[in-house]
Design a protein around this ligand. Sequence first.
Ligand SMILES: Nc1nc2c(ncn2[C@@H]2O[C@H](COP(=O)(O)OP(=O)(O)OP(=O)(O)O)[C@@H](O)[C@H]2O)c(=O)[nH]1
Length: 209
Amino acid sequence: MIMYKWVTLILAGGQSRRMGTSKTFLPRKDQLMIEHLVSISQEVSGHTIIISHENDVLKLNKLFIQNQNIAILQDEQRFKGFGPLAGLYTGMKHINAEWYFVLANDMPNINISYLKGLQQCTLSHPQSDIIIPIHNGRMHPLAGAYRNQEKGLYEYLNKGNKKMTDFIDSVSTYKILEQEWGEWTNQNKLFFNMNTPSDLSNWEKNIDK
Ligand SMILES: Nc1nc2c(ncn2[C@@H]2O[C@H](COP(=O)(O)OP(=O)(O)OP(=O)(O)O)[C@@H](O)[C@H]2O)c(=O)[nH]1
């Protein structure tokens, strides 16, 4: 089995209830959100896995048909409805890697400078299981790096647990403070995420096109 050093898991398996339309295909400058995330992920990782929703699989397959380094999956049946951790588990089960960058499909400001910084962090913190950023005192677990922990995640989910924060608290987590990630990128709204149509239009009004 190929063992990658880094793989990216793009979480796109949510219901997008508040947005009312799939966040995966929202416009982002001259691309779609998913195209942006895939293109930055491919600069730091050997493979990208999109953990998608059943309604989007066909469209994603068409969009990335030419790209051998992308897999499009759905959450493992057993853990459907378990939220983001089900996506992590599915990706870890599918491809063996040392580290997984995890990206939500609704953070339009995540950029390559940030991902490169996160990648360096995996090299400088080899003893950590999870590396996640903090902004204004809040953790952003869907913009972090996770060491392969397929077995631990299986056990956690199989007991009926779904909560991401409890899982994070149960392992060795390195928190990247603002001073640190602020040196990698000057994007201060890095972890902004779009949940509603008004988030999208506010973001579009404020981006530097
Ligand atoms: N693979 C997978 N990803 C999920 C799941 N639930 C949420 N996500 C992803 O986690 C991120 C944050 O999701 P939320 O904004 O909390 O939820 P959402 O389902 O996208 O949107 P709402 O239905 O409005 O809550 C997004 O990237 C989602 O696609 C899930 O069950 N499986």
